[in-house]
Design a protein around this ligand. Structure first.
Ligand code: HEM
Length: 404
């Protein structure tokens, strides 16, 4: 930890942070909950502040509102801006956000998502059968990653593709969501963004010529009172869905299973009594698969006696909010699958940008984790897991388990 007698600095580069960020987050939250980071952004660490700011229309998600002289991320934004900034719904404000979200969300109604359950169960069963035959497995490689990847690819109606390359490109892209980046990471993100854009353009062209009963065709055809997406708008939404569809849920399933294996009393609840209704929400709170969300202050903002200037990036620590004892009480640092108010976590954000894929992610996790535990309730972790090195989309790269 980088600190002086009376000051604490949020430093996610501190050794051991990725493996266990919770003590450091607790320290910053207690000592300086509205915190000016050394990298220029401001960070919010208390549940109440995070919840309020995420819902405040005075804050924007559009980088164009940021004063780039105030921080060292300008290089990244310049590099990516040469490719034209993304107009995905994650990075635009109302009224454009409202218009585009309405077009995209047509394919995410609760009924459409629930209808996927048998197919998701079938995919999970196949993956578990293969793992059982081997007697041991890397559950990230065999279940946590391929399940959300295959589900979103199938929903979109993507053609068969080179999964390994796409995994590398989308990994490079989501790394840019971290608060601190190296030059190499910036260059890798730029190159991968170019490759991903080209791939999505090809896929849209192919799908336009080969329409089918899938999400991509629905998005190409999407019309709302005569309103259609431009070619670039369409590409950016498809890319967001594709990347957000798997880079987040992998962490809920992978880290969620790891945490259950480390908490045998909680794992036994699922194995012996079935999945409590609050279980997946509690795992979402506990793991916080997206640890940070981002806003830009469009006016000066006063919070807990601090002045956050207009144009500043405000990082809301969803992870710190999800473990804040002022909100969750004495049991904030206890994994409790029966926690009654677990659903109040902020893992999916809040307000108009609330995760569009929340029900899909929960359904995938419920089927994957529930089925794994029913079948391999006595699994043992082999060796140490490998972390993915990401500050924001923190999760496991590899988790080997013995299933015999
Ligand atoms: C455990 C899994 C997931 C987590 C933790 C998660 C988390 C989040 C968060 C925190 C946001 C809001 C960011 C903000 O307020 O700035 C968000 C937005 C979004 N997510 Fe998810 N997500 C998950 C899975 C998914 C899936 C499976 C999909 C799609 C198939 C998806 C699609 C989206 C989209 C499109 C948005 C943008 C919504 C908007 O800006 O209006 N997410 N997600």
């Amino acid at each position: 930890m980088t600190d002086t007698a009376d000051q604490v600095f949020f430093n996610p580069l501190e050794p051991g942070y990725i493996e266990n960020p919770w003590p450091h987050l607790a320290e910053v939250r207690a000592a300086d909950p509205v915190h000016h980071l050394l990298t220029g952004q401001w960070g919010l660490f208390r549940y109440d502040d995070v919840f309020t700011v995420l819902r405040d229309p005075e804050l924007s998600v559009d980088d164009a509102n940021a004063d780039l002289t105030m921080l060292d991320r300008s290089r990244l934004l310049e590099e990516l801006d040469e490719l034209e900034p993304s107009r995905s719904i994650l990075g635009i404000d109302p009224p454009d956000h409202t218009r585009l979200r309405r077009l995209v969300s047509k394919a995410f109604t609760p009924r459409t998502i629930q209808a996927l359950r048998p197919r998701i169960q079938e995919m999970v069963d196949e993956m578990l059968d293969q793992m059982a035959a081997d007697g041991h497995a890397d559950v990230v490689d065999r279940l946590a990653f391929p399940l959300p990847f295959d589900v979103i690819a199938e929903m979109l109606g993507m053609p068969e593709s080179d999964k390994e390359s796409i995994k590398v490109w989308s990994g490079d892209l989501v790394k840019t969501l971290d608060p601190v980046l190296t030059d190499d990471e910036i260059l890798a993100a730029r190159s991968s963004a170019e490759k991903m854009n080209a791939l999505i353009d090809d896929v849209i062209e192919w799908k336009t010529a080969n329409p089918a009963d899938d999400l991509l065709t629905a998005m190409i055809d999407a019309e709302d009172g005569g309103d259609r997406m431009s070619k670039k708008e369409l590409r950016d939404q498809v890319q967001l869905l594709f990347v957000a569809g798997h880079e987040t849920t992998v962490n809920l399933i992978g880290t969620g299973l790891y945490e259950l294996l480390k908490h045998p009393d909680q794992l036994a609840i699922i194995r012996d009594q079935g999945m409590p209704a609050t279980a997946i929400d509690e795992l979402l709170r506990w793991v916080s698969p997206v640890q940070i969300s981002r806003r830009v202050a469009t006016a000066d903002l006063a919070l807990r006696g601090k002045q956050i200037p207009k144009g500043t990036f405000v990082l809301t620590s969803l992870a710190a909010a999800n473990h804040d004892p002022e909100f969750w009480g004495d049991t904030a640092e206890t994994l409790d699958l029966h926690r009654e108010n677990a659903g109040q976590h902020v893992s999916f954000g809040s307000g108009v940008h609330y995760c569009l894929g929340a029900s899909l992610a929960k359904l995938e996790a419920e089927v994957a984790i529930g089925s794994f535990v029913q079948r391999f309730g006595q699994a043992d972790i082999v060796g140490e897991p490998v972390w993915n090195g990401r500050i924001n989309l923190r999760g496991l790269e590899s988790l080997i388990v013995d299933l015999t």
